[in-house]
Design a protein around this ligand. Structure first.
Ligand SMILES: Cc1cc2nc3c(=O)[nH]c(=O)nc-3n(C[C@H](O)[C@H](O)[C@H](O)COP(=O)(O)OP(=O)(O)OC[C@H]3O[C@@H](n4cnc5c(N)ncnc54)[C@H](O)[C@@H]3O)c2cc1C
Ligand code: SF4
Length: 499
């Protein structure tokens, strides 16, 4: 055998550079389901099913195209261990791999096989080297500048050399809540009921990972490129026009609202981000969706998605150790059960356990915010996010958690911590209406835990936050608190922080 081509669970891309020059007579594909990938964090059952089912579908598709695929079904140990066994048996002249999405996996494979050929991942608009060039000599790395570079380079939403509509960013149009009337009748999203192969995987996962968190009764994710494309079409036709406007809004019992649910398909590489961006831009050009919605959506894919990947590979492995706010509290147990009286947390965690999904503001301004304010050790909350979302792959999850949500990188990624009281959640959702707490109260029986912990967070971190210019206004309000008020907040907060 000439080349053994490794395809990992998040590399299910027919156009992958791994297949460049593939000769079915001399080369083979290698794929393996290993326990370590599902257990190194306590993975949600739906996340495990999604990866295994998509891998098996991809394997079958390759075989139908005449590729020989060496495929190992669920086996003990790590990828490197499984590969070692097969290399000893198959004796390929060389091993080929596209850049993995996880530093841990890359290190372990390179350590075990120092001569492995690692090819650039063409799935992304930008390369790791291009990001390094962008970062060179900059004191701060902000999304906006990288995003503009990519808009220009890839000619996305451009009018000559100017951004379409005259502005690069329409975020200020994209922060509406639903108001008292709620989201109204939402368009019914396309369904992806499990086929026979997925049902087989579900049964296996229910047996082998019975103790893992999450439910499988609602499994409804695309596991093939065809389904992923159908999901994209459905989003563009039905939800994109309202996406921007209600991007930050939340509503009880509505886990998906106008969001695309495309992250998992994108991250497994079932979907090409160019197709996603082009489809959205076309919807704007044909008058189907307004510019603010389309720009807002494209900024997530061409902007954030590319930018966080750049941050990840530029700063790993040290990035994962960030703990700039010196936070050491344990993750509350209710993150694994949703068993809490705080309605916003119960809803966000509940739907996470049901579907392996929560939208961005639920992740950032509910579960992430609570962990930030409570002072949870960044590694613990990182491992939770990596475990519970179907779209979680470390290159995208880690910067969003360590940088954006927990400010654990000391401001490398975000210009200030996303710290807020319960009033933010009240403004953006109806959660507080049904909650026994009051977002206006920081102390007393009805005190909202977010509001208590917000003030406690500022008090605990005051000297550190004084170094962050954009925190000035928030800290000014802190100065107005009397000593008695501060003491009362600290006492109330202590009840929340003690296990
Ligand atoms: C604490 C935290 C953890 C997160 N963990 C992950 C993760 O593990 N995997 C993941 O893909 N995203 C993660 N995100 C980003 C974002 O929340 C999800 O991409 C999004 O909620 C997925 O739902 P959707 O597909 O409906 O996205 P939509 O809201 O419809 O957005 C469209 C697409 O834009 C991309 N996108 C949006 N925001 C971001 C972002 N901040 N970074 C990178 N891409 C983005 C995604 O591909 C997404 O599918 C995280 C955000 C936070 C705050
Ligand atoms: S009152 Fe506080 S805890 Fe309750 S839903 Fe609102 S923000 Fe969440």
């Amino acid at each position: 055998m000439r080349n053994l081509i490794l395809v990992l669970g998040d590399q299910l891309d027919r156009q992958s550079a791994a297949f460049d020059g593939f000769d079915p007579q001399q080369d083979r594909v290698w794929m393996a389901e290993v326990y370590e990938e599902s257990t190194h964090v306590w993975s949600h059952q739906a996340r495990i099913v999604l990866f295994l089912s998509a891998m098996r579908h991809f394997r079958d598709e390759l075989r139908s195209r005449g590729f020989t695929v060496e495929y190992t079904r669920l086996t003990a140990g790590s990828l490197a261990e499984a590969l070692k066994k097969d290399v000893a048996k198959l004796k390929p002249k060389s091993l080929v791999l596209v850049e993995p999405g996880d530093y841990r996996v890359r290190e372990s494979l390179v350590k075990a096989f120092p001569k492995i050929e690692i090819r650039t991942d063409r799935h992304f608009f930008s390369t790791v080297a291009e990001f390094a060039e962008h970062a060179e000599g900059r004191k701060q790395l902000r999304l906006e500048y990288f995003y503009r570079e990519l808009r220009r380079r890839h000619r996305v939403l451009m009018d000559g050399n100017q951004p379409e509509g005259g502005e690069w960013n329409y975020d200020s149009d994209n922060r509406e809540s639903f108001g008292k009337q709620g989201p109204g009748l939402l368009p019914r999203a396309e369904d992806f009921p499990p086929d026979a192969l997925t049902r087989e995987v579900i049964a296996e996962v229910q047996g082998a990972f019975a103790q893992h968190p999450g439910e499988l009764g609602h499994f409804n994710w695309p596991v093939t490129p065809e389904d992923a494309r159908r999901s994209l079409r459905d989003f563009i036709d039905q939800r994109l026009p309202q996406f921007g406007r209600y991007q930050d809004a939340m509503w009880t019992g509505e886990p998906f609202l106008h969001h695309s649910r495309l992250a998992a398909a994108l991250n497994l590489k079932l979907l090409d981000p160019r197709e996603v961006v082009a489809g959205a831009e076309e919807a704007y050009r044909h008058g189907h969706a307004p510019l603010a919605a389309v720009e807002g959506f494209i900024r997530q894919i061409l902007g954030w998605r590319e930018y966080v990947r750049g941050i990840y590979w530029h700063f790993m492995p040290a990035y994962a150790e960030g703990n700039a706010l010196d936070a050491h509290a344990d993750l509350p147990k209710f993150y694994w059960t949703g068993d809490t009286e705080a309605v916003c947390l119960r809803e966000s965690i509940g739907q996470t356990l049901q579907h392996g999904y929560a939208h961005h503001i639920q992740r950032l301004m509910v579960t992430g915010l609570y962990a930030l304010l409570l002072g949870v050790e960044p590694r613990q909350i990182h491992e939770w996010y990596l475990a519970v979302y179907v779209d979680a792959v470390e290159w995208v999850e880690l910067p969003n958690v360590i940088g954006m949500s927990q400010f654990a990188d000391g401001g490398l990624m975000a210009s200030k911590p996303y710290a807020a009281t319960g009033k933010y959640i009240q403004r953006m959702s109806n959660y507080c209406n049904g909650c026994r707490y009051d977002p206006a109260e920081a102390t007393g029986d009805r005190a909202c835990p977010f509001t208590t912990l917000y003030w406690d967070f500022l008090l605990r971190n005051e000297s550190r936050l004084r170094q962050v210019p954009r925190m000035e206004m928030q800290l000014r309000n802190l100065v107005r608190l009397s000593d008695e008020r501060r003491a009362a907040i600290r006492t109330q907060a202590a009840r929340l922080t003690s296990p």
